[in-house]
Design a protein around this ligand. Sequence first.
Ligand code: M6R
Length: 404
Amino acid sequence: IIGDHEMAKVTKDSITVTDFEGGPVEKEVMKVTWDEEAAEKGGFEDFMLKEIFEQPKAIKETLRGKLRASGGVTLEDLDFSREEIALFNKIVILACGTSYHAGLIAKKAIEKWVGVPVEVDISSEFRYSDPFLDDAALVIAITQSGETADTLASVREAKRKGAKVIGVTNVLGSTITREADASLYTHAGPEIGVAATKTFVCQIALLFAFALYMAEARGTLEIGEIQTIQAELEKIPGWIEEILEEKEVVEAVSKAVSSCEDFLFLGRGVGLPVALEGALKLKEISYIHAEGYAAGEMKHGPIALIDEGVPVVVVVTASQTHEKILANVQEVKARGAKVIGIASNGDDEAEKVIDHVLYVPSASEIVSAILAVIPLQLLSYYIAKIRGCNVDQPRNLAKSVTVE
Ligand code: M6R
């Protein structure tokens, strides 16, 4: 990895790294396991579709070796001892875009399983907010590329204030791995499509494993409870395969709504960040205006936007607010909206009120988040394709945002 104020001469047979005065710089040799095939489309029409279909494998790779058969989590990458992790009384998650949404989902898991407060902030806000932080706070910076300028700047700010930082990234040797005190890696393989898909679900799976690790360290879950959640995590790849098998159903729904120019995405609890992510995916690759909103907030303003031309996409997977969100669906339907719902298998109530239901396997409330996002990725993909958009390289966007 080339650091600041260094340069490299690469020939067919050798690589030499020097500083700008020509002085030699010693470098550690790292083996990157990504192969050429991983950076090709492999028969898929686009990288984005390929990456959506790679999600089961990517999650398996990310969780490989972490979930102990006897119950509990091993995090070999983590340069903190279990005892050190147990001492943190507050967690601050920093990220941008899709990685920020992964942080919002991780917050739900950490607060429920570990019982420590978690704040999630957008890196570009955090870095200028003069945040209160001390050495009791653990900062988790999520960045698939490891190069997002605002996230790196917020990490520097957090360290300046005395906090310890764990970086969560998909790229070995990226800048975040050098700036953070410790790193955790998603093993999603290279993600070439600008829209983050497989790295997002891997971030969530990895942070679920981290939450269990911390719960074990602090003794906040019984071993039986840890084993139950672990068993669900192990099922995620197979569950995602089941969802992907239904891609034609999502494609048909996409055709029905692809000419609409405004969409609303609604969720409650852990379904809210899923809705935010669904809206972000749609706007970035199809250029359709899409807003993600807390379903309970509709009557405080956004419901005024609803008419027959504004499809509403609602995450209604099993949750403690399931009845409440179905009531929100009735409210938007009464104003003429066409509703697309992401529901858990066997949810007969959803079918009664929702026009197009896309089902996902039934899982616990928190784990459902990682499943509910898959039909939303497919929905945005098919809508964008129908509209003739370049899904891999949407206008105005770069894969890594290395400037402020
Ligand atoms: O590399 P990072 O995870 O730090 O990137 C953060 C955002 O730029 C990224 O998630 C962006 O929002 C994606 N285009 C979303 O699909």
